[in-house]
Ligand binder design. Structure first.
Ligand code: GLV
Ligand code: MN
Ligand code: MN
Length: 410
């Protein structure tokens, strides 16, 4: 009896559960993420796939009967999560890929052409701040020097952490060989909204990804005693930050389609009876038009300077990462929608490795219905029947791509 998506997800249901936040915290290079990677490798090997880890830490599980890995059709997703995330964002795409390999084998559709299942590391950027770090490194969208120097909350560098995980940090960086062998990439993902619920359909093909980026606003003031410092004598960066959070919400509302979020505040030193000396606010800004994103960011920068000055503080704002709006390959999108019984075509506000790969490889995504519409939170959900439908749709898409042969290159 073959594996089902629900059965495979049940096997990892206890890995990385977060009792404090709820849901899952599977940060890159945590013990939970390592356990998931080992679990994936075991399942890949059970299927006779040859496993390799590339120099940026992505896992590739190959069906390459003739030994050649060129002109490969590739599918996959990620196993890391946001802090307190849901069970499906990432793992659904990985597990659907394993089940799709089974389905293709049952159909006799795994031919001579190479097919790979990949797992990209640090897609969420939850530990080192930059989302899609593995695919950015592979494509050269981030320099290896900058990636090596990124730090986690404990001040450990990415270089140190990957070295502890068995990778050589000096070998991080653009991997033209890995990219060049991909003829097409398709990622299955839980939908992060209610588009499919509203359409009463289980599967969609992606049209676009909203441009998005992360900026870090640091407001510095004067650390002091909460009891002995008179209100008139304070230079409190937490007050300036609080006012800034509300200002960001208000100014994003003035730009239709914009989304701006402050999801993480890091006060230094972070004591209840201490006026902070500094607060770092991580700001996520998204809009379909990258010009508007830039306008929103500049308005946030001005508001930060103004509000910091009003509180006797100073502000700086630096870009941590930016991903322009992505329109997926129209030919591939339409041919997959037709292959999948006229599947609806939907855009998304969430970022993905597929969005980073898109400028280098013909790339597509399939979304699976999420009845709650919730994502990056424990309430994210996929019904078992839809999860199996997702794997079936992926198998159909892969079979179509395998048949396209070298024509799938654009
Ligand atoms: C990742 O899911 C993102 O959209 O930030
Ligand atoms: Mn996500
Ligand atoms: Mn994801």
């Amino acid at each position: 009896m073959s594996d089902t998506v629900a059965g495979l997800l049940a096997e990892i249901a206890d890995v990385g559960r977060d009792p404090q936040r709820g849901g899952y915290s599977r940060l890159v290079h945590s013990s939970a993420e390592h356990e998931l990677r080992e679990w994936f490798v075991a399942h890949a090997e059970r299927r006779g796939l040859e496993v390799e880890v590339d120099r940026n830490g992505a896992i590739w599980a190959w069906h390459a009967p003739g030994g050649s890995r060129d002109d490969a059709v590739v599918t996959g997703s990620h196993l890391d999560s946001v802090p307190g995330g849901g069970a499906y964002d990432g793992p659904l795409g990985v597990v659907a890929a394993l089940v799709a390999v089974d389905l293709l084998r049952e159909r006799g559709a795994l031919g001579e052409r190479p097919l790979a299942v990949t797992v990209f590391p640090e897609e969420e950027g939850s530990r080192f701040g930059v989302a899609c770090l593995g695919s950015r490194l592979m494509t050269g969208a981030i320099s290896p020097d900058r990636a090596r120097a990124l730090t986690d909350v404990d001040g450990r560098t990415f270089a140190e952490v990957v070295a502890a995980g068995g990778l050589d940090p000096e070998r991080l960086g653009p991997d033209r060989e890995a990219l060049g062998r991909m003829a097409a990439f398709v990622e299955v993902h839980v939908e992060q909204g209610r588009g499919l619920v509203d359409l009463d359909r289980p599967i969609a093909v992606a049209s676009s990804i909203l441009g998005h980026g992360r900026w870090r606003v640091s407001i510095t003031g004067e650390g002091n005693h909460a009891g002995t410092t008179l209100m008139a004598d304070r230079r409190d960066p937490m007050v300036a930050t609080g006012r800034l959070v509300a200002a960001i919400r208000d100014l994003a509302r003035r730009h239709p389609g914009a989304r701006a979020t402050v999801g993480r505040l890091v006060p230094t030193p972070g004591g209840t009876n201490v006026i902070a000396s500094r607060v770092d606010a991580w700001v996520d800004v998204r809009h379909p038009d990258d010009v508007v994103t830039n306008v929103v960011v500049e308005q946030i920068r001005e508001a930060a300077s103004l509000l910091a000055a009003e509180e006797g503080c100073a502000a700086t704002m630096v870009e941590e990462s930016f991903s322009p709006t992505v329109d997926f390959d129209a030919g591939l999108r339409d041919s997959l929608a037709a292959t999948l019984g006229d599947a609806p075509v939907l855009g998304t506000g969430a970022g993905h490795d597929a969005g980073i790969l898109k400028d280098h490889v013909p790339t597509a995504m399939l979304f699976v219905r999420n009845p709650t519409g919730v994502s990056h939170a424990p309430g994210e959900h996929v019904d078992d029947a839809d999860a199996e439908e997702g794997a079936g749709a992926l198998a159909d898409a892969l079979e179509h791509l395998l048949q396209l042969g070298a024509d799938s290159r654009t």
